[in-house]
Design a protein around this ligand. Structure first.
Ligand code: PPS
Length: 285
């Protein structure tokens, strides 16, 4: 994926709404406020699902906000030029999203009490999800085959760099009071329980019917039908007609795509790179 895109400090970014100058400014000058809420993920980890869920928690289950404002305006990506401008000009507490690796993150965050949720997904499913999604976009070099994208992914030669480095970097923050680490697989298996954890972390108490509305309106089917959240507004802009953010939403879908040899290469790499971290952080293993 190295021919098309923007490079900043050794990390590849989309060729759309990103620039090295803004990325530098974000890192050095963006000022977090303690009341902001932050969502950080490696791309294709379920970011938009988490954003939708948090938006619904903040609106106490009322779907009006998620059905009337595009998801990238409700919780802008801080590193994109448009997201950075929106966030800088926004009054009051902000919901902020980012895929940035820790070394490129605004330094003001590390001195703040901002509550951050870091969301992790099985990298094999991240890989498959990315392969299908990036092929339908016009802002990154498209892989010609799954094999080619596999090589790029394990070398960390993809958008936002190496999955392994991203996870290792951010997990160094996992014991901080203002950090909650969640994962896609557990949220899928016990969505109600995970939403409960998020509410507790954010200090939000929901009535049972409000909680039901959060679950209903953030479901895969509801999001797939919500034009403000399913990226259909980007068709013809940077997404082709067959482009689909909500593709399958199935943990373990990688088993339908990786060969036995690729799965073994992945397992070996995972062991080498992540062996010293508590394995309960990776419940799909
Ligand atoms: S992005 O472009 O990096 O911000 O994409 P991201 O949102 O991180 O990841 C997209 C994958 O998340 C799945 N998704 C969901 N799964 C379950 N429930 C809900 N509500 C949901 N919303 C999004 C989406 O289907 C993508 O995964 P794949 O495996 O491609 O289906």
């Amino acid at each position: 994926m190295s021919e098309k895109g923007i490079w900043f400090e050794g990390i590849l970014f989309p060729d759309l709404d990103f620039s090295p100058d803004i990325l530098k400014e974000v890192k050095e000058e963006f000022t977090f406020k303690d009341e902001d809420v932050l969502i950080v993920t490696f791309p294709k980890s379920g970011t938009n699902w988490l954003i939708e869920t948090v938006c619904l928690i903040l609106s106490k289950g009322d779907p009006n906000w998620i059905q009337s404002v595009p998801i990238w305006e409700r919780s802008p990506w801080i590193e994109s030029s448009s997201g950075y401008t929106m966030l800088k000009n926004k009054e009051g507490p902000r919901l902020v999203t980012s895929h940035l690796p820790i070394q490129l993150f605004p330094s003001s965050f590390f001195k703040s009490k901002v509550k951050m949720i870091y969301f992790i997904r099985n990298p094999r499913d991240v890989f498959v999800s990315g392969y299908f999604f990036w092929r339908s976009t016009n802002f990154v070099r498209r892989p010609e085959s799954l094999e080619e994208y596999f090589e790029w992914f394990i070398q960390g030669n993809v958008l936002y760099g190496s999955w392994f480095d991203h996870i290792r970097g951010w997990l160094s923050m996992r014991d901080k009071e203002n950090v909650l680490v969640l994962n896609y697989e557990e949220m899928k298996q016990d969505t109600r329980g995970t939403v409960g954890k998020i509410c507790q972390f954010l200090g939000k108490k929901l009535e049972p019917e409000e909680l039901n509305s959060v679950l209903e309106n953030s479901s895969f089917q509801a999001m797939k039908g919500n034009a403000m959240s399913n990226y259909s507004l980007l068709k013809g802009v940077c997404l082709e007609d067959n482009g689909c953010l909500l593709r399958k939403g199935s943990p373990g879908d990688w088993k339908n795509y990786l060969t036995v040899a690729q799965a073994e290469t992945f397992d070996k790499l995972f062991r080498e790179k992540m062996a010293d971290l508590p394995q309960e952080l990776f419940p799909w293993q």
